[in-house]
Design a protein around this ligand. Structure first.
Ligand code: ZN
Length: 263
């Protein structure tokens, strides 16, 4: 009683796979409902335009019917299609990667609206520019920040001093950023016997921390053209990858593929 059975919502299609003989199962991310599974009945036989709308990345207006077990797509109208992404292999791969990361990271149904907007903005940006690298890194950082798992990037985790150019910054395997003094003290207190052991930590440039703090701003505010050298690119990629894997606790398959392809 009282539960809404017919639902109208907007959503982006994250995934689609055959389901039974005639149906598709579609993973939709909606700003109101979060991530849901919905069945498109008879869609595999359907020649109607609605079936053609059900492609990954498309943003659609859905009319859904909610039963006790699952959602069924009653109607679907396309709202936004990322045409320029589909026409370019590089863009398609980048978009595929961020959608996969998004799908794996959005486990709970919290912050749906913000996360939906982040994904949409990032896809729009990938569709428009050829500077994909920073867009993708910014997407990952903002995703982690909005989910609430991005560690404190402005201060040392131990002495809480705000980072400045004078600091030598270390990223520990545990995911904490510490200044050199605190890293040594922490190593001693952990009694691993090597007070000057930085083997298990990675040095991070202050400039990278500054860049990250710029990249976690809303995409619309990121208007500067940023220059970085290959080493800085590597460090930034290392950090975002580290935080993501730390969170997901497993490798991100498509990203690894990307790395292998781009060598
Ligand atoms: Zn410190």
């Amino acid at each position: 009683m009282g539960e809404q059975r017919n639902i109208h919502t907007q959503g982006i299609i994250l995934k689609k796979h055959p389901f039974g003989e005639n149906d598709f199962s579609v993973t939709i991310y909606s700003p109101d409902l979060g991530k849901i599974q919905a069945t498109a009945k008879g869609a595999r036989k359907m020649t109607s335009s609605a079936a053609g709308y059900l492609e990954t990345l498309n943003i659609c207006n859905f009319q859904l019917y909610k039963s006790s077990v699952r959602y069924t797509i009653v109607q679907c109208q396309i709202q936004e299609k990322f045409k320029t992404i589909g026409e370019d292999l590089d863009r398609a791969m980048m978009a595929g990667m961020i959608v996969e990361i998004f799908n794996k990271s959005t486990i709970s149904s919290e912050h749906c609206s913000e996360l939906f907007h982040l994904l949409r903005q990032s896809l729009r940006k990938i569709g428009k520019t050829s500077q994909h690298f920073l867009t993708v890194e910014s997407f990952k950082l903002n995703l982690l920040r909005q989910i609430g798992v991005l560690p404190d990037l402005e201060n040392c985790a131990s002495c809480h001093e705000r980072w400045n150019t004078g600091h030598i910054i270390w990223l520990e395997k545990s995911g904490y950023l510490r200044c050199e003094n605190c890293l040594y003290e922490h190593a001693v207190s952990e009694q691993n016997g090597h007070s000057r052991n930085t083997k298990n930590a990675k040095h991070i440039e202050f400039n990278i921390i500054k860049l990250i703090n710029y990249l976690i701003r809303p995409l619309s505010e990121q208007t500067k053209t940023i220059a970085f050298n290959p080493e800085q690119k590597e460090q930034l990629q290392y950090l975002t990858r580290f935080f993501l894997e730390h969170f997901l606790d497993r490798e991100i398959v498509s990203e690894k593929m990307m790395m292998d392809i781009s060598g």
